[in-house]
Design a protein around this ligand. Structure first.
Ligand code: SF4
Length: 432
């Protein structure tokens, strides 16, 4: 069969007839984005299907040397379409495209081929991108929608941070998630339907949300904080990381993530770096410098709200985080998560979070270089760091991954290094 697959457009008429399926990458953020899109008149559903069907379809329809996130995202789509829950003639699929040099920019082509092989060449794919890659007549990112998507990212970061710092201590199990869900519904409605709901009001809302979480019944006994860094999909998606966050909470730990805004600032800063390193496009540099300053300012606003009641920890200053990579990795290393991955590990250590899980998906060369590749150097200069690089691929069992993490946590107590306990390969079963 020919590998050239015709592109099917998402037309204006399809807005009324088609349900847009979105992969479950960042549950907290994507719930809000889906709710906003619904209020804009799109029929949207955030996929929640998981299990063997997802990996089996990923392996069947995506080339097996493609990176694991590609297999999972495409597998989740095809598994959902085959489930019988949707009419395949009336669904469209939405994927993000970063526009960078990494494979994430090419997932759309892989998805088209996979759909054709699975017998659904007529399903339209919508690219969610901000770099002018693909567009569709039925889906337009207007200035008003873009503004709301930016607010959704800021609010998603805030709620993710609050849930992570509340869930391990909540008295009523599930209450932190419930509170975040009720805020998500309220915010989606206000963002779309309330006249004059501008950034000034959103900023006020930051404080209202923080106050509500401060009032949540919690017993804040000290717990081990464990940082999670790595490739963006596997880091945030419970499907990608086998519910790592839940596992850490069950192990009496508090998971610590950087926000999605950090990733956005990393992408924006890379265009500034292009000018600094290669003297590319001065106008682009000026525009991206403005966007960078905008995001820095917005993250400071979230930070001020987060720390206002004295209960929650805020975000690290991104300029400081960026400066930490000096001597470890260059700013030109910007494929995948690139220098950001190294920076996030150093930021955690700088913040006293010495236990770090570095999630490494199969087939992800850039993140193996910027993640596993720098751990030795980090440990040389920060002997207190307790970092475990954990592999994620379709054949690795969650039991092995969890054992590795338990061993890492045990190392924290004994003070042993990863090399001493020989935990470098997740594929061998380990008992602790
Ligand atoms: S960063 Fe890694 S996992 Fe993500 S698209 Fe690139 S190669 Fe794949």
């Amino acid at each position: 069969m020919s590998e050239n697959v015709e592109r099917v457009l998402f037309t204006e008429e399809m807005r009324k007839t088609h349900t847009i399926l979105i992969p479950d990458m960042l549950p907290r953020h994507f719930k809000l984005i889906a709710a906003i899109m619904r209020n804009y008149g799109y029929k949207v559903e955030l996929l929640q299907n998981c299990g063997a069907g997802v990996t089996e379809n990923g392996l069947k329809y995506v080339h097996n040397d493609s990176c694991y996130p590609a297999q999972l995202v495409i597998g989740q789509f095809i598994d959902a379409i085959k489930s019988g829950k949707y009419d395949p003639r009336n669904v469209a699929l939405m994927l993000t495209q970063t526009g960078g040099g990494c494979r994430a920019s090419n997932y759309i082509a892989l998805l088209r081929k996979a759909l054709a092989r699975a017998g659904y060449p007529y399903i339209p794919i919508i690219s969610l991108n901000f770099s002018g890659l693909e567009s569709n007549p039925g889906f337009k990112i207007t200035f008003s929608l873009l503004r709301k998507l930016v607010y959704a990212v800021l609010l998603g970061d805030l709620m993710m941070r609050l849930v992570n710092q509340s869930r391990p201590y909540e008295v009523v199990k599930g209450s932190a998630d419930e509170l975040a869900d009720s805020w998500t519904a309220k915010l989606a409605d206000k963002l779309v339907n309330e006249k004059g709901y501008n950034y000034k009001k959103v900023r006020k809302e930051f404080y209202n949300i923080v106050n509500d979480f401060t009032a949540l019944e919690c017993v804040r006994v000290p717990k081990t904080r464990v940082g999670i860094v790595g490739e963006i999909y596997v880091k945030f998606s419970p499907l990608g990381n086998n519910h790592l966050e839940d596992f850490l909470v069950e192990e009496n730990c508090e998971p610590v993530f950087a926000g999605l805004v950090d990733f956005a600032m990393y992408c924006v800063y890379n265009s500034i770096a292009d000018y600094e390193l290669y003297h590319r496009d001065k106008l682009k540099k000026i525009a991206f410098s403005m966007a960078y300053k905008y995001l820095i300012k917005k993250q400071h606003h979230i930070d001020e709200a987060l720390t206002s009641t004295g209960v929650f920890r805020g975000f690290c200053d991104f300029d400081h985080t960026r400066s930490l990579i000096d001597g470890y990795i260059g700013i030109g290393m910007k494929m995948g998560e690139g220098w950001l991955l190294t920076a996030e590990m150093l930021e955690l250590i700088d913040d006293g979070v010495n236990n770090i899980v570095c999630v490494q998906p199969f087939g992800c060369l850039p993140n193996h270089i910027a993640g596993r590749g720098v751990i030795h150097k980090i440990k040389q200069l920060h002997p207190e760091a307790n970092i475990a690089a954990i592999d994620y691929d379709p054949s690795t069992s969650p039991v092995n991954q969890h054992n590795r993490i338990k061993l890492m946590l045990a190392n924290m107590e004994t003070g042993k290094s990863e090399e001493e306990t020989n935990t470098s390969d997740t594929r061998e079963p380990l008992s602790v």
